[in-house]
Write a protein that binds this ligand. Sequence first.
Ligand SMILES: [Zn+2]
Length: 111
Amino acid sequence: MPMARTKRGRIRQVHRWLEAEFPAPHSVRVSICKVKKDYGDCDLIKSGVLHVRVNCDLDWYASIEWLLHEYAHAVAWGKEKDPHDRAWSDRYGRIYRRWHNKGGAEESRKL
Ligand SMILES: [Zn+2]
């Protein structure tokens, strides 16, 4: 299957890849939408459901990068004491290397 043709489609592929490679402690919903004064965020919206939002004003490349960043918050959920602390950066580092240096970007195109 080729790479998705729309930004939303591509984000869905990356989300599927992230869920398969880096399971989070709760289920994760991903939305591309307006996010005021930020590139994105991650919040628990109800018991057992995390919501990752990525700002729709970002271009494709930045949207994917930001999804990786926010998804690391989802994976570190409950372990992170301060935003971007060691719990988050360990997970973000693993996701980032897997995505950029170990074939993640190519693999996700098949999902
Ligand atoms: Zn963050």
